[in-house]
Design a protein around this ligand. Sequence first.
Ligand SMILES: Cc1cc2nc3c(=O)[nH]c(=O)nc-3n(C[C@H](O)[C@H](O)[C@H](O)COP(=O)(O)OP(=O)(O)OC[C@H]3O[C@@H](n4cnc5c(N)ncnc54)[C@H](O)[C@@H]3O)c2cc1C
Length: 501
Amino acid sequence: MTEPVLIVGAGPVGLTMALALKRWGVDLRIIDKTAARTGKSKALVLWPRTLEMLDIQGCVQSFVDAGMKAVGARIFAQQNVLMHIRLDRVRGAYPYALMVPQSDTERLLEEQLALIGVHVERRVELISFVDNGDGITAVLRHADGHDETVNSSYLAGCDGAHSTTRHALAAPFEGDTLPSGWMLADVELDGKMSQDELTICWTPDGVLLFVPIKGARFRVIADVGLSPVADESPLTLEEVQALLDLRGLPGLRAHDPVWMSRFRINERKVKDYRQGRVFLCGDAAHVHSPAGGQGMNTGMQDSFNLAWKLAMVWHGQASPALLDTYSPERSAVGDQVLRNAGILTKVAILRNPILQRMRNLAVSALGRVPRVRQRMVDQLTEMDLHYRNSPLTLTSQGAARRPSLGERAPDIPLSVGGGGASRLHEILATGKFAVLSVAAAAVTLPDAVQFISTAAGAATDQNYEAGHVYLIRPDAYVVMSTKSDNTAAIISVLERIAAGA
Ligand SMILES: Cc1cc2nc3c(=O)[nH]c(=O)nc-3n(C[C@H](O)[C@H](O)[C@H](O)COP(=O)(O)OP(=O)(O)OC[C@H]3O[C@@H](n4cnc5c(N)ncnc54)[C@H](O)[C@@H]3O)c2cc1C
């Protein structure tokens, strides 16, 4: 059986890839070696940028309905608030962190996939593959032990931190395991604890983090020492309570645990997310500290980035060279996420009392500066991710200052054109580029590029500069912009992208 794309792994990243590819008309197989999806809550947060991507996939509402909105975070030291981060400062439609256990995220993605006729093939394991240059030949092992040889044009390795795909490519997973031990416990908490904000306690003995899940249920995370040796003993509720008593806010009692675990933090990443016809996405390409809760979100966005490019190339609408932009774009984002999560972790687990005091003073002072708070919000919510240095982002004469080249393209109501769409992101949902004129005459697109782009107009909007035309990618980033009397430049770029048609 030959399919355009074989997706290995049905975690959140593989499922997202399958959803986006199928919605954009690309057939696929998605396999997973496990018998059932995870029952564990693992990643709890869907950040606003991921929600925007799910909106473009037409399914964000089911996540919003299933989740709980957390509206901020407070950092405490000795029961004083050092910093209060409020997510109502998010410049977009989702001014909150949506708390959804990963088991539910995977269920919702699978349900969306079922609606468009895609089902995960379970207990099917990728054993090996060969990239023949013009396609992939892979060996899959089924539950009854028989091996199947399959051909596909591309292989997406979404198979997690221990990725078979990455090992087969012999791609180095460079980085370290941090010399610190951690514990997590999903428990019910009695006592005073914010149910719609994250609470971070920096104490002389280490950090204690409370993430609201639903009602009185919280995830408690703490570092439990700098020993380089992993503690393999099972975590007990008594240990969790002892940490709460020592480091938490007063009067908290933990009970009814549903998941308790020790873990170590790995900070590792591949350099190249692509080798030939094989792509690495999600944890297969990058793992890091859970500080900032960005692992799954970053992985899902890897999938959104790759899916529209694969779809355009598969449909013969764009040159295969478009696929060369996946690795540099997402590797740069991966570097940034690793760096930020690493800093957050190291700052939180400082043990030296003088450094702790300096940290607390600095954070308390910075927390009073609105611009710093805004930067933290943009970074945490991934709204500041950009492709400014991507080969796909083009400098152009008369470019607008907002959003600038390579930056996120916020959703905006449309006044004209748009092929019946009423919002910018509805155009992007079709997998096409949008050519958006803001407070200017709508652009007429030549037939030769209409199959990859749709023209639309919008009235003045504070996010965009009047009198400009923007070329926007299907994953809502600005490729280029120019003055409204220079639309020939945008059309010429579209013609170049389509040159492989
Ligand atoms: C305790 C914990 C807390 C976390 N908290 C957060 C958080 O708050 N926010 C956040 O963004 N992230 C968080 N993460 C990280 C998040 O869980 C991962 O980033 C996410 O699961 C990665 O998704 P993935 O699809 O890339 O990989 P996975 O979820 O690991 O899925 C990979 C899939 O591939 C399958 N597979 C592997 N090998 C093969 C093979 N050879 N053949 C077929 N199938 C195969 C596996 O069975 C698995 O189902 C947390 C992780 C942990 C452990």
